[in-house]
Design a protein. Structure first.
Length: 61
């Protein structure tokens, strides 16, 4: 299964609690933090909720 590299590019100041929770559940804490997650519908849903705060790159195995 493909992997996704998710990078936080915008800060969380002034964002809703739900958006903050989604970003933290992805494992992102600070601007320019990156994590590699499995490409799964649940993960895609979390990313969709905060797509204006993150960038996503696909990593093929």
């Amino acid at each position: 299964m493909a992997q996704l590299k998710v990078t936080l590019v915008r800060g969380l100041a002034g964002k809703t609690e739900r958006q903050r929770a989604n970003v933290h559940s992805l494992g992102l804490r600070k601007i320019r933090d990156s994590v590699v997650v499995t490409d799964h519908p649940t993960t895609r849903g979390q990313i969709a909720k905060v797509q204006h705060l993150v960038t996503v790159e696909t990593i093929e195995e």
